[in-house]
Design a protein around this ligand. Structure first.
Ligand code: ZN
Length: 271
């Protein structure tokens, strides 16, 4: 599933190139998670002003509204002057004067939704509940600590919920908690100030590193085929159950938490 870093790298891969482009044609494939919400022909003639990201949504600002784009479970985007012929798993295509943007999504959990603006009720419904962006100054360590103190769920569940801070998916939560020395099962409201500070820094570090690693694949963006999967992030605990911890040599443990696999080092993450 594409996570925040993959979505950000996707954005970086085409935002500058599509900006200023005029929409010439819109092609819809099979239905996606939600309907487009407007007749495709109404988009023709609109200009793409830029591409922003909010959580895992890409926001294509148009001079007559906005397209919210989500990659779902298996979606990937390509953008280039010309693309190979439209395939059976391509379900949305925006031909602009700057090039063609195409959504490839075999499982069709992705979505492209037109809204009049960010204050459109549909946009508010999709974006309104999202937490703060972790890689911006709005992600404040003190405020983060105060919010963690108000939750009783295990710390990892609170991170995954995404309403405090967006983009900390299963892999990134495991890695950030390891770097901060915090057991994923710790009750959120029991976290001390210094540990919350360490976790705040670790989240930023892990996510920016992932964007950096993903950025190195940017030149291949136009040639990306289908599900590119996760970046080859050098994980320290995620996916390493039964293997020795790189720091202390103790066997990494794997448990289930809320239907998801959780990995931690029982020594480096004592409590
Ligand atoms: Zn360890």
């Amino acid at each position: 599933m594409p996570e925040l870093p993959e979505v950000e790298v996707t954005r970086l891969g085409f935002a500058d190139r599509i900006a200023g482009g005029r929409i010439l044609h819109v092609r819809l494939g099979k239905s996606l998670r939600w309907p487009l919400g407007v007749a495709a022909t109404l988009l023709e003639g609109m200009q793409v002003l830029g591409v922003r990201r909010r959580g895992k949504y890409l926001l294509l600002d148009l001079d007559g509204g906005m397209l919210l784009l989500h990659l779902g479970m298996s979606g990937s985007l390509r953008f280039d002057r010309f693309l190979p012929p439209y395939g059976p798993h391509d379900h949305f295509e925006l031909t602009t004067s700057q090039g063609v943007l195409r959504l490839h999504d075999p499982r069709r959990f992705g979505a492209v939704v037109f809204v009049s603006s960010e204050s459109d009720p549909v946009a508010v419904k999709l974006l309104g509940g999202l937490g703060v962006e972790p890689l911006t100054d709005a992600f404040d360590a003190q405020a983060f600590h105060a919010q963690l103190r108000q939750r009783r769920a295990p710390i990892k569940q609170v991170l995954l919920a995404g309403d405090l801070v967006v983009g900390v998916g299963n892999i990134y939560a495991a890695e950030a908690l390891f770097r901060a020395g915090i057991r994923p099962t710790l009750r959120s409201d029991r976290i001390s100030r210094p540990r919350a500070m360490r976790l705040h820094a670790a989240i930023r570090e892990v996510l920016s590193r992932a964007v950096e690693v993903g950025g190195s694949t940017l030149r291949d963006f136009a040639n990306a085929q289908g599900d590119r999967g996760h970046f080859q992030l050098e994980t320290r605990v995620y996916g390493r159950g039964g293997q020795p911890c790189h720091v202390c040599g103790t066997t990494i443990r794997q448990i289930r938490q809320g239907q998801r696999s959780t990995f931690f080092c029982p020594v480096c993450q004592k409590s």
